[in-house]
Ligand binder design. Structure first.
Ligand SMILES: [Zn+2]
Length: 291
């Protein structure tokens, strides 16, 4: 006979036990939301993706929790950006004693470099996102050969979408007058976008958000905005908007809305997927830079 307590325990087990289908899924961890979305696109329902730095989160300065360690410990595959983006990650993986295989997607692209080191924001160029997707497809296929056909088909369909996205961005930016394609963002996250699509970005903060912005940096940007006819100043979803607002108010430049730099929006926002976030950014740029 079941006691009251064991009956309760049984019903709790029924509630929290994962379904059979769920237990068969390959546990995968992505370091931040954008890679999480790409893995989801390629892995489909064969993988269970957990993202460490979620929507609107800043991966440069993230502080991992014990729960993150537990997720990493259970993962079979761990997809990260690298190029100096997630400085906290190596320690987390070590301390979690994870046996999961780590794939550093940024290692596959031609990285931009400046005085501060490598620029991690490779995903801002859709051609690089395609390289990430191909690496994810190959990694999943090696880990789960049975799913190879599915990963191939998912990747093929998604890569076609990315080709269309790339063409769409190019077309939208090409339609803007060249002399207006100069904007300010908060941190230097758009170097890859700038070089592929032809919009110049200037930013008071470098390629990481770790360093404090000095008064001198801000003064320099304000001078540049005034002398170089910057069309608009943009806020980023991961950054404090006050700096951008101050630059706009001190220079009279137009405020250009929010750009998704290093993270997706939540599910209700207009940048909930990589494709949506890039589309949103281009729309914001086109709106602010149209004559
Ligand atoms: Zn960044």
């Amino acid at each position: 006979m079941l006691t009251r307590r064991s009956a309760l325990a049984l019903s709790l087990v029924a509630l929290i036990a994962p379904s059979r289908a769920e237990t068969k899924k390959i546990p995968v961890v992505a370091s931040f939301s954008i890679i999480g979305d790409l893995v989801h696109e390629v892995g489909g329902d064969r993988v269970s993706v957990t993202t460490i730095v979620g929507p609107d989160g800043d991966a440069h300065v993230y502080e991992p929790s014990p729960a993150d360690g537990r997720r990493i410990a259970k993962a079979r595959l761990i997809f990260v950006n690298g190029l100096g983006f997630e400085g906290w990650l190596e320690r987390l993986i070590k301390s979690a004693k994870s046996k999961g295989e780590v794939f550093t997607l940024g290692n596959g692209v031609a990285a931009r470099k400046n005085d501060e080191g490598q620029d991690p924001h490779a995903w801002q160029d859709v051609a690089n996102a395609k390289i990430y997707v191909e690496a994810i497809r190959d990694a999943l296929t090696t880990a789960d050969p049975e799913g190879g056909q599915a990963y191939k088909a998912n990747a093929e369909a998604y890569l076609a979408k990315l080709d269309a996205l790339d063409a769409e961005i190019r077309q939208a930016i090409d339609a803007l007058p060249k002399e207006r394609r100069r904007v300010v963002s908060t941190h230097d996250a758009f170097g890859y976008f700038a070089s592929r699509y032809g919009v110049e970005f200037i930013a008071p903060q470098g390629v990481s958000t770790e360093a404090e912005v000095s008064a001198r940096d801000v003064a320099k940007i304000i001078d540049a905005v005034k002398s170089q006819k910057v069309a608009a100043v943009f806020i980023e979803n991961i950054a404090d908007p006050r700096l951008a607002k101050r630059i706009a108010s001190e220079t009279g430049a137009r405020m250009g809305g929010v750009l998704y730099s290093d993270a997706l929006s939540d599910a209700k926002g207009d940048g909930a997927t990589y494709v949506d976030m890039m589309r949103h950014n281009v729309k914001q740029l086109a709106k602010a830079l149209a004559p």
